[in-house]
Design a protein around this ligand. Structure first.
Ligand SMILES: Nc1ncnc2c1ncn2[C@@H]1O[C@H](COP(=O)(O)OP(=O)(O)O)[C@@H](O)[C@H]1O
Ligand SMILES: [Mg+2]
Length: 224
């Protein structure tokens, strides 16, 4: 269970305090997929940062499983991210000097969860077998996206946070890769919280919310 309780987050903009998340209370079941849409600047990335303990709310608390992540020390927050979370960023953020295979193994080795057969199965599933020995800069955007998804899952995290994982790739192909992320998370019983501007992707999640005026508004499948 992921629970947000009276979470408030604002940023100072000159003399003005700009409230981004406004007294948000909500809980998500574990092992589910949750999509979040919303206008640019509505606070989607801010919310993911709070869930990643990369930032702290002004008030309120966030609980992931039994862990109150809003009360962690810097070191505990590092451990939480390292062991518990997988990320897919908009720009994919692969490590340029490491081969694709070493990118995939990096966090798994760090967390002592390196499982070669499992990572190989992700590689097969994402169709990136031929890229294993290449460097990230030599890959197309679509290939980098596949690698980024495999990397997010490689250390068997319990929660994946994906912030517009289609990057600037707008084609159908890229959406299909994100659909694959849904399938993989379901098979691996990993919770997925995904920010997207794509309605078809958002509707593929079990729960879809729109972030507006600092609150998450549930969206029905029919209304998108
Ligand atoms: N570190 C920060 N300092 C100041 N303002 C910020 C910071 N991060 C985000 N904001 C502001 O908070 C609002 C929400 O930003 P963000 O969460 O990035 O929106 P989204 O991801 O939905 O586009 C924006 O107005 C943005 O300028
Ligand atoms: Mg954003």
């Amino acid at each position: 269970m992921i629970a947000l309780q009276n979470v408030c987050k604002s940023f100072q903009d000159g003399d003005v305090k700009h409230a981004v998340i406004k007294d948000l209370s909500l809980s998500f079941p574990q092992q589910s997929s949750i999509s979040i849409t919303g206008a640019s600047g509505s606070g989607k990335s801010t919310l993911l940062h709070l869930l990643a303990a990369l930032d702290t709310p002004d008030s309120g608390s966030i609980i992931v499983d039994d862990l109150k992540i809003t009360e962690l020390s810097t070191k505990q927050a590092d451990e939480y991210r390292k062991h518990y979370l997988g990320f897919v960023f908009q720009r994919f953020n692969l490590i340029d000097c490491l081969s694709v295979w070493d990118n995939l193994c990096f966090s798994a080795r760090l967390t002592k969860r390196f499982d070669e057969d499992y990572i190989d199965s992700l590689v097969q599933r994402l169709g990136i077998e031929d890229l294993k020995h290449k460097l990230p800069q030599t890959l197309s955007g679509g290939e980098q996206q596949r690698v980024a998804i495999a990397r997010a899952l490689a250390h068997k995290p319990k929660l994946i946070l994906a912030d517009e994982p289609t990057g600037n790739l707008d084609d159908k192909n890229s959406e299909n890769v994100v659909q694959l992320l849904f399938e993989l998370c379901e098979t691996l019983q990993t919770t997925l919280i995904l920010v997207t501007h794509s309605q078809p992707i958002a509707s593929s999640a079990k729960l879809h919310y729109c972030l507006r005026d600092g609150q998450l508004h549930p969206q029905s499948r029919d209304t998108g």
